[in-house]
Design a protein around this ligand. Structure first.
Ligand code: GDP
Length: 487
């Protein structure tokens, strides 16, 4: 049952050696339980007399035994995270310490909390709505600055407020139609379709605008699935290493040693790339290598963007063209690698001293020009072609700038608008949008007014799924089960 409000407890911090660890207790019994395990430094004070929103220093005790020194924070409901009485015990952050304290608290009557149960109570007690509860989880999981900013905006009600406004307006119109249908003598629906039409259009536009942020939102929250392809020795691993800023992938001159795919996550300028460095894609008879190659092909299919690495020190080969053929319909960027060998940099971004002593060989230079020309001819108008040197970390800034431009259409830095990052929200918005479109169609087709209310109420309920006003208990349980324990 979701309305069970017994007193719960959990370790709220990561369980590992750390400066402090926090045990959180919530429920009617929180203060009584604290009284059984905590002795304030000022022994004259009864625990029951301790004040809300105050911090107390003392000992956690198991009978006469001092288990740890701690600080206790008391937040009595309703001015607490769950709206219930909440107590947080800040003890030392050792694994055995936090478990010992938690066990004492449980022995004194608390029940171990389920994942997300504190936040679930905040939701059930009306302190936050469902989209805000989900934002709490997103905030904890946010992998970059943009994701964090977006989660905070949603936590503050950025999404809920927009949804609530539309729902209120929709309900008002439904109520008006219903009253008019009940009392036709006093309330007229004459020409009502003309009044409702622009409103339905406005709601449809607003929901559409939110839906349209989903792709960017997913890139922000989950990272961009990035697949690096190219023939063996083109410099894929070197490029990955350059991105990661460390030598983590195996860089080798022996073709075919990157046997399987490697996955790395890197955040640069607030954008997270989940990078798949594929095994050199080519036909091979080696079984192990072939598995890697097949996996690479699959990864390529699922990628949000493909980075094609070309070795500009030698002419393009059939292998290059085969890969180019496979990625023809994908969103992609072209990296002309090893441009240090031909000094293919412009004056302004000439290689630094690290590689200034490289001898430029005429043959390399010719190859480079030919390869660059062929790739440019192949690339679509909106597909960037960038000269880089993975080995000497050149051209990386240009790459990041172009990637941002390509994935976010230049929007991302400037605007602070909120992004939809949750597929559940997007689906509900899409259904609401469809409802508003139906209302518009009904009006256009001169349907009777009671037709409008059906679609309006449908959209109203779909929007309610986002804020949690119209969700089933099972869905609530499912959502909170994805949370971590102690949150
Ligand atoms: P992969 O098979 O595509 O992953 O290629 P690697 O990253 O293993 O690189 C193959 C070889 O090319 C290695 O010897 C690298 O040091 C070399 N290499 C990679 N990038 C560059 C570059 O930008 N300039 C030069 N001169 N050599 C590079």
């Amino acid at each position: 049952m979701i309305n069970e409000f017994d007193t719960i407890a959990a370790i709220a911090t990561a369980v590992s050696n750390a400066g402090i660890g926090i045990i959180r207790i919530s429920g009617d019994d929180a203060m009584r339980i604290l009284g059984e395990v905590f002795e304030p430094y000022n022994k004259k004070k009864e625990v029951s007399s301790l004040e809300s929103h105050h911090v107390y220093y003392g000992n956690i005790k198991d009978g006469d035994l001092v288990v740890d020194e701690c600080i206790v924070v008391i937040m009595k409901g309703p001015h607490s995270y769950t709206r219930e009485d909440v107590v947080e015990i800040d003890c030392h952050g050792g694994v055995s310490v936090v478990y010992r304290v938690l066990n004492l608290v449980i022995r004194a009557g608390a029940r171990p909390a389920q994942p997300g149960e504190f936040t679930k109570r905040a939701f059930l007690n009306g302190r936050i709505d469902l989209s805000q509860a989900e934002a709490v989880m997103d905030l904890i999981e946010s992998r970059n600055e943009l994701a964090r900013r977006n989660s905070v905006a949603q936590l503050k009600g950025g999404l809920s407020d927009q949804i609530k406004n539309i729902r209120e307006e929709v309900l008002y119109q439904v109520a008006y139609i219903e009253s008019a249908l009940d009392d036709p003598e006093h309330i007229s629906l004459e020409g009502y379709g003309q009044t409702l039409y622009p409103k339905a259009e406005e709601w449809a536009l607003k929901t559409k605008k939110m839906i349209d942020t989903f792709e960017d939102g997913r890139y922000i929250a989950e990272g961009i699935r990035t697949c690096i392809v190219g023939k063996p020795n083109a410099g894929k691993s070197s490029f990955l290493n350059a991105l990661l800023g460390e030598e983590r992938a195996i860089v080798t001159e022996i073709a075919g040693t990157t046997r399987d795919t490697l996955e790395e996550s890197v955040t640069i300028d607030g954008i997270t790339l989940n990078i798949i460095d594929t095994a050199g894609i080519r036909d091979t008879k080696d079984t192990v290598e072939r598995i890697g190659v097949e996996k690479a092909r699959r990864e390529m299919e699922n990628a949000d963007i493909i980075l094609f690495v070309a070795d500009t020190s030698s002419p393009l080969t059939k292998e290059d063209y085969d890969i180019l053929e496979q990625i023809r319909d994908k969103k992609k960027m072209f990296l002309l690698n090893k441009s240090d060998l031909s000094a293919g940099f412009g004056e302004s971004d000439a290689p630094d001293t690290q590689c200034a002593d490289l001898k430029v060989n005429e043959e390399d230079k010719n190859n480079s020009e030919t390869v660059a020309g062929e790739i440019r001819a192949y690339a679509g108008e909106d597909e960037p072609v960038i000269a880089i040197s993975a080995k000497y970390h050149q051209g990386m800034d240009t790459f990041i700038a172009e990637l941002k431009k390509m994935m976010f259409h230049g929007r991302i830095d400037a605007n602070q608008e909120m992004y939809i990052t949750n597929a559940r929200h997007k689906n509900a918005l899409q259904e609401a949008y469809a409802g508003f479109q139906c209302v518009k169609e009904s009006i256009e087709n001169g349907m009777p007014e009671d037709f409008f209310t059906i679609d309006l109420m449908n959209a109203y309920e779909k929007l309610g799924l986002i804020t949690g006003e119209a969700v089933e208990e099972d869905l609530v349980n499912e959502i909170f089960s994805r949370f971590c324990t102690g949150k």
